[in-house]
Design a binder for this molecule. Structure first.
Ligand code: GZL
Length: 326
């Protein structure tokens, strides 16, 4: 009886060890030769169509790459992301990847990962840590360029205007890299035309409800709005609801520029309710898994990997919609 139960206990603990993944330590039944990479991924939340598409891309790519993915949703709270990263460190995963909800406040937990010899990959959003050794690479869009593209389109559209063009800005999550950088790029671009004026700017937290609430307030306090610059499609879609409720025609009475190019945004663009969308691709999963494998194989990876993306007018959106992946 005793002998049997001892064997059972030993077998169980071997399975537990393998399942935990390793940070390189856990043994596998074949001595590590075919040990699956274990990745801990701390996602921002599920705040927008973009985020859902990004989560799908990460999860599907992990499966295709044969990587065991541990996934957490922080409901857009930094403390939840930090908790998740700490739990991945305790579980001794092989690699940690995350999209920092805001730019600041990461040095301590990233140092803990470094001390535990677990490499970290930033995906989608950046951190403002001065110590670049805290992460292996940052894979994501150039948000300043995205804001610049949005501003440049408006400069082109406003050439014939004689009066001031009143712009309201619905910003993304306060303190996030996309919100900071898109604002910077847009403001730099519209400097080219002194007629273009941002008369109000407030965060809609990258959500549709946030965009609607902010736009309702803008409409109440500013009788003469010409343009909305929304930091993502979801805020722009919320703004459309508020504009229509106020009896105005979105895309005509008030022009709308957004960033992302998710299906719902592209549908509104194709219908003429949005006037221009700057693409921000959420399909980062395949590149993320490739980078993780390279990092764990000890290969050098670029400090920065910028994702490819384009822009869409109404006509281009109508053409692109049928084959859009997200
Ligand atoms: C940008 C990403 C932003 C999207 C939003 O890479 O972080 O967060 O633009 C999303 O839709 O919520």
């Amino acid at each position: 009886m005793f002998k049997k139960s001892l064997v059972a206990v030993m077998a169980a603990s071997a399975i537990a060890l393998t399942a935990c993944g390793g940070g390189g330590q856990a043994a596998s039944s074949t001595g590590g030769a075919d040990k699956k990479i274990v990745m801990g991924f701390a996602q921002v939340g599920a705040e927008s169509g973009w985020r859902s598409a990004n989560t799908k891309s990460v999860q599907e790519s992990a499966k295709e790459a044969g990587i065991d993915l541990k996934f957490s949703d922080a409901q857009q709270k930094q403390e939840n992301q930090i908790k998740a990263i700490r739990s991945y460190i305790q579980q001794k995963v092989d690699v940690i990847a995350f999209s920092p909800v805001v730019e600041s406040g990461w040095d301590t937990v990233l140092k803990e990962a470094k001390d535990a010899k677990i490499p970290v990959i930033l995906t989608d959003r950046a951190v403002d840590s001065a110590d670049k050794s805290l992460y292996k690479t940052f894979l994501g869009s150039d948000f300043v360029l995205e804001g610049k593209k949005a501003g440049e389109w408006l400069v082109g559209e406003s050439k014939a205007a004689t009066d001031t063009v009143n712009i309201v800005e619905i910003q993304g999550t306060t303190g996030s890299a996309p919100a900071n950088d898109r604002k910077e790029g847009f403001e730099a671009a519209i400097k080219a035309d002194p007629k273009l004026k941002i008369i109000a700017s407030q965060s809609g937290d990258f959500t549709r409800s946030g965009g609607k609430q902010v736009m309702e307030a803008f409409l109440k306090n500013n009788p003469d709005i010409d343009v909305v610059f929304a930091h993502n499609d979801d805020e722009g879609l919320g703004a459309i609801e508020a504009i229509e409720a106020a009896g105005k025609v979105p895309g005509k009475d008030i022009k709308i520029i957004t960033i992302d190019a998710v299906k719902d945004g592209m549908t509104a663009l194709s219908a003429g309710k949005i006037n221009y969308i700057v693409e921000c691709s959420p399909l980062l999963g395949t590149q993320l898994m490739d980078l993780a494998k390279k990092v764990l194989a000890g290969e050098t990876v670029p400090e920065r990997v910028v994702t490819e993306e384009t822009t869409f007018t109404q006509e281009q959106a109508t053409k692109a919609l049928p084959t859009r992946q997200y």
